[in-house]
Design a protein around this ligand. Sequence first.
Ligand SMILES: CC(C)(COP(=O)(O)OP(=O)(O)OC[C@H]1O[C@@H](n2cnc3c(N)ncnc32)[C@H](O)[C@@H]1OP(=O)(O)O)[C@@H](O)C(=O)NCCC(=O)NCCS
Length: 217
Amino acid sequence: MDTFRQAGVEDAEAVARLHADSWRRHYRGAYADAYLDGDILGERVRVWSSRLAVPTGTVTVLAEDDAGLAGFVHLVVDDDDRWGSLVDNLHVRLDRQRTGVGTDLLRRAAAAVVELAQTPAMYLWVQEQNQSAQRFYAAMGGTCVEKSPIESPGGVPDRLVGAPVKLRIAWPDVADSALRRGVTDGRHAGRIGAVSAQLVQAPDQPGSGNCESESDL
Ligand SMILES: CC(C)(COP(=O)(O)OP(=O)(O)OC[C@H]1O[C@@H](n2cnc3c(N)ncnc32)[C@H](O)[C@@H]1OP(=O)(O)O)[C@@H](O)C(=O)NCCC(=O)NCCS
């Protein structure tokens, strides 16, 4: 059975491992092989250690099963004045994909938006080549509203293959979307409520809105 909890700094390495593995499996063709086959684990450990040590204005929820970390979602509350809170990362372990973990995590992100954010809007960026994730977000009621160039990880130009594009997927009101409806009548009904007991503190101030430079998918 899956359990869900708020991540702490002690989870940084496990989250980084799943994140790096997921990038290597799913981001080839947009991120350069040389970059993906390099020390992205070390880079991810540094990013997650920093994020989880100072989680102000963010929510990171872990899904766990008997094998360990099954997936995670990272939300930046009130990131953008127009588009709302940013789902900066959502990754499910390969052997658990298509078993409802992504749905459960995205619903928890939506619940956190309802509980913490100043507006009910939520959004994320997905790589144009990542068709599977786009089908998932469509199933979750998200709408593509914009295309934009992907910025190279760390701002280093040769980490991209050509000029890949990302899509902005938006939920103008999570409380009036497939995510919210699922709380009461979906196949995962009743499994969303625990988030309020686990949340970190609300943000001191809204984010910069510069989602393209902040988001690392
Ligand atoms: C994309 C991702 C987060 C989805 O999570 P998941 O747990 O696999 O998805 P779920 O099992 O909750 O799927 C819910 C519904 O979404 C749709 N869906 C999900 N994956 C799909 C796919 N590959 N093709 C078509 N539809 C899909 C289906 O309607 C599915 O319901 P069903 O299985 O009853 O048909 C996960 O597959 C993942 O981590 N992928 C790799 C990393 C990634 O791309 N992350 C997103 C970065 S923006």
